[in-house]
Write a protein that binds this ligand. Structure first.
Ligand SMILES: [Zn+2]
Length: 90
C-alpha cells in the first residue's frame, strides 16, 4: 500500500498517509480537519552512485521539477526538491 504525502491548504500541516490505490476518497487534515489537501510528490529512492547518475544527466534539468509536478498533479515536497538539487550538483 503506497504512502502519500499531503499538505493542508488551510493550516499548512504536512502529513503522510498509507492509502490503497483503490481509495479515492479525499483525505482530511489531521490538524484542522479540512478536506483541502494537496498531494505532494515525495522523495523516492535512487540506488546508484553519484558517478552513475552523472553519466546521463540530460533528464535532470531545471524544468524537471515543473514536469514532475505536472505529471503528478501536485507540488513537489521540500525533500524531493532538495534531492533534485543535490542530483544536479553531482
Ligand atoms: Zn489543516
Amino acid at each position: 500500500m503506497p504512502i502519500y504525502e499531503y499538505q493542508c491548504n488551510v493550516c499548512g500541516a504536512r502529513q503522510a498517509r498509507r492509502r490503497a490505490l483503490s481509495d479515492t476518497s479525499p483525505p482530511r487534515c489531521t490538524g484542522c480537519g479540512s478536506g483541502d489537501l494537496v498531494r505532494l510528490v515525495s522523495v523516492f529512492s535512487v540506488v546508484a552512485s553519484c558517478r552513475d547518475r552523472t553519466r546521463d544527466v540530460s533528464w535532470i534539468d531545471r524544468d524537471l521539477a515543473s514536469r514532475l509536478e505536472r505529471k503528478a498533479g501536485g507540488k513537489l515536497s521540500q525533500d524531493l526538491a532538495a534531492s533534485l538539487e543535490r542530483m544536479k550538483s553531482c
